[in-house]
Design a protein around this ligand. Sequence first.
Ligand code: ADP
Ligand code: PLP
Ligand code: ZN
Length: 297
Amino acid sequence: PSDTGRVLSIQSHTVQGYVGNKSAVFPLQLLGYDVDPINSVQFSNHTGYPTFKGQVLNGQQLCDLIEGLEANDLLFYTHVLTGYIGSVSFLDTILEVINKLRAVNPKLTYVCDPVMGDEGKLYVPEELVHVYREKVVPLASMLTPNQFEAEKLTGLRINSEEDGREACAILHAAGPSKVVITSITIGGILLLIGSHQKEKGLKPEQFKILIHKIPAYFTGTGDLMTALLLGWSNKYPDNLDKAAELAVSTLQALLRRTLDDYKRAGYDPTSSSLEIRLIQSQEEIRNPNVELKAEKY
Ligand code: ADP
Ligand code: PLP
Ligand code: ZN
């Protein structure tokens, strides 16, 4: 691993607002990465609004783009990043892409946010869960599920820190050496649990970060979080705890700014999902001020 890299980021694009590639590409570029986005959908805005319009890329169209790169010898990547994927056929094609890129660069790091749902609700077709479990997780180098997604992938119910740590261990056994459960809600606080299994068979090194829950609902935070975890964990490959501290610190500063801006404009921040103030937070992306520390277990 080095300080930088070339990232193929296959995620959603929205014309207005920040989710998917719109919330991942800019921060990775700020951290010094070349980022090549493939837009898995192009929508007017994110799906939390009353309505949206746009186009969805299918598996064949993704293949076409990869074939174009291949024909020009342009398939060398250090990282692949994937987020929300809406269909089994598209996910199957992504698996083929990972295998192809690993053949070109055996050291390819695959960072997977297994976006499936939140707060007990699935927002992808049920068949996707099985594909993630059986085929995608085994290929991933780093996995960044939320609480609900970690439950779906492991079959565990996660009600405590111990459950979260056990879920990470189960996920390591299935493939990824780095797992970050980005948020577990326990009694009104948010808990991030990180886990790094440095060698197969070894006990993973685990830590937690306690996060004060802001009483508002944001979109694009998960996508931003995973991008930052990729960016920082590549710079600190043996310190997942440090990478997570940096990523969480950026998130908290950005969410505070977002909340302040909406309040100043006279909005009720609890009434709808808020667009994050990504561009305005570039200083906090480049140089996060670490206030929340990781506690090792
Ligand atoms: P997802 O959107 O994938 O469900 P999370 O909800 O886990 O992702 O959010 C990712 C990160 O964003 C969390 O680790 C946390 O740092 C931050 N975050 C999201 N929502 C809040 C909130 N309401 N208060 C504080 N931090 C939040
Ligand atoms: N992609 C699209 C098109 C979306 O509409 C959303 C949320 O509405 C997301 C991705 C994911 O957002 P988050 O990072 O909050 O999970
Ligand atoms: Zn998510």
